[in-house]
Design a protein around this ligand. Structure first.
Ligand code: HPA
Ligand code: ZN
Length: 343
């Protein structure tokens, strides 16, 4: 999927992306071969660079079916080299082909454990992939240590504790992904507190509605939200979110693939932006949802009439709200502003 040049040249930031969700079928095959693993038959049946999963025809059925495929694809990963390759592959292609200047990637100690990696070893492996990609392209990356909601509060607490026990300069935030209907958000507050990290985000308002967004905001005290798109169903909530200067991490292709919306015209990206919400974009699980961060910017332009200036604003929002140190933020903002000046 090559981007048209007028989209490619816009500097981009991916503020919502799950590391294992970037794995290409080619890399799955290569790693499965290296690790002598037989792949589940279903997974690679679809044409092209994507995966297949079974689902019932509802947003929750789609999310659950997808999450199973995500774990199935992750099962090929069995060690440090696999995580190094995965990280390098994603960052290199995003930077080189799409002019992505910053990616903030969700990483899960639970998925590392499935690959037989301790949390520190997983982070070291990811760091090696990042350093190589950064040396070759200049891309910046930070990590969000992410617990998985449907693995339960006790598992999440362990992830929080591991995060605090092994501080790492690239791990700058804590988050929660997974099935939004599992348990209550309050059950995960101990995990967030145990992590010791002040920068927080959580998936809310994707498969479930406004109540989850309020719960995440009020219990976890967050301003950044994974998705938040279903806040559009409640105009009072939209006003409340605007009042706290909320940052919705919007992933249009993910929402379409998981049937949160059935039509681009029903998707609230434009409404969010026009309401003054500080929208940022994410590719979520790009190979599963047949997308990339560049493609998300392209969709913003083609389906939601974002001008080049507005696309650059999305990147500026992302850099302003990134979980990153101030000198790096300033450096990245300069890259966005240099583009605007040249455009
Ligand atoms: N949604 C919720 N949880 C996830 C996702 C997603 O798209 N990807 C990985 N975990
Ligand atoms: Zn996500």
């Amino acid at each position: 999927m090559r981007l048209p040049e007028h989209i490619r040249r816009v500097p981009k930031a991916d503020l919502h992306v799950h590391l294992e969700g970037t794995i290409t079928p080619d890399l799955v095959k290569r790693i499965a071969h290296r690790n002598k693993i037989k792949l589940p038959d279903e997974l690679l049946k679809r044409e092209g660079q994507t995966f297949q999963w079974k689902e019932d025809p509802t947003p929750l059925g789609s999310l659950r079916g997808f999450l199973q495929a995500y774990d199935d694809a992750t099962k090929v990963l069995r060690g440090a080299q696999d995580y190094t390759d995965l990280t390098y592959d994603y960052l290199k292609r995003s930077a080189e082909e799409e002019n992505c200047i910053y990616a903030e990637i969700m990483v899960s100690a639970d998925h590392g454990a499935m690959a037989k990696l301790s949390w520190p070893d997983m982070l070291a492996a990811i760091t090696r992939g990042y350093e190589k990609a950064k040396a070759e392209t200049g891309i910046e990356m930070r990590l969000i240590s992410t617990c998985v909601r449907h693995y339960g509060p006790e598992g999440a607490l362990k992830v929080g504790e591991l995060t605090r026990a092994h501080p790492h300069p690239l791990v700058t935030g804590f988050g929660m992904a997974g099935d939004e209907t599992a348990f209550k958000i309050a059950d995960f507050l101990p995990a967030y507190e145990a992590s010791g990290l002040k920068n927080r985000t959580a998936h809310a308002g994707e498969a479930t509605g406004p109540a989850t967004v309020r719960e995440a905001r009020d219990v976890l005290k967050i301003r950044r939200f994974g998705h938040m798109v279903r806040a559009i169903e409640d105009s009072a909530l939209m006003d409340e979110q605007k009042a706290i200067n909320a940052v919705p991490e919007v992933c249009v292709s993910s929402n379409m693939a998981l049937k949160v919306f059935t039509d681009y015209r029903k998707h609230p990206l434009r409404k969010f932006f026009d309401a003054g919400l500080k929208v940022v974009l994410g590719s979520d699980d790009p190979t599963f949802f047949r997308t990339s961060i560049g493609r998300e910017y392209q969709i913003a332009q083609e389906k939601f009439a974002f001008t080049e200036k507005e696309l650059a604003k999305l990147t500026r929002n992302a850099i302003e709200e990134a979980f990153i140190d101030e000198p790096t933020r300033a450096k990245l903002l300069q890259r966005v502003d240099a583009f605007k000046a040249a455009a």
